[in-house]
Design a binder for this molecule. Structure first.
Ligand code: PA5
Ligand code: NI
Length: 187
């Protein structure tokens, strides 16, 4: 007897690349990240077309109850001494969480509550990060190779970038071959 089945897309755990689609891809360049890094002088000296990160996601069903799956590839680099990072966001639907899985490279997941309390989780191959509701999140590549992380999130979650236009409460810089964490004070 032949059992009918279909072969869903596969993800190569070592690289984070999907075997087949349908896929949606988005690249974010230095030019797209105006105002995100601490030093605007250093940001202006960079090639605006340089890609900081790429997100590849399965073009799956939308709507209440559906899930999106995507992989972020965050390249190694600095703006001044500040490590490359994603823009970071709250979900537009604040009550919706997300899960990140570290695939390759090393870095940090910066998490921040609506009250502005920030904390870091180390991202490495195999790490599992539960991003609770009402929590903003940003990936930071503190290593010298591509940091890739797989994410699963509710299709209805949406992105709110505006709420963090003044940035997160922590910034990570390269210092003496290691990582320095700076607290940011606003106002
Ligand atoms: O859903 C997520 O949280 C990720 O897929 C991010 O969107 C991805 O890492 C890119 O980050 P940002 O949306 O903050 O630019
Ligand atoms: Ni998210």
């Amino acid at each position: 007897m032949t059992i009918p089945f279909s072969t869903p897309p596969a993800v190569a755990w070592a690289s984070g690349f999907f075997s087949h689609g349908p896929l949606r891809c988005k690249s974010t360049t230095i030019a797209d990240l105006a105002g995100v890094f601490a030093s605007s002088d250093a940001w202006q000296k960079e090639d605006p077309a340089r890609i900081v990160y790429q997100v590849e996601m399965l073009d799956s069903l939308q709507g209440e109850g559906e899930l999106y799956v995507g992989v972020t590839h965050l390249y190694p680099g600095h703006i001044g001494h500040e490590f490359f990072m994603t823009r970071g966001h709250f979900h537009a639907r604040r009550e919706q969480g997300e899960v990140y899985f570290g695939l390759r490279g090393e870095g940090m997941l910066l998490l921040q509550t609506e009250q502005g309390q920030a904390r870091l989780e180390k991202v490495q191959p195999g790490s599992v990060h539960i991003i609770s509701a009402y929590t903003a999140h940003r990936l930071i590549n503190t290593g010298q190779t591509t940091l890739s992380a797989l994410a699963v999130w509710p299709a209805i979650a949406g992105h709110d970038y505006q709420a963090l236009k003044h940035g997160f409460a922590l910034r990570l810089f390269a210092k003496d071959g290691g990582v320095a964490v700076n607290e940011v004070r606003y106002g």
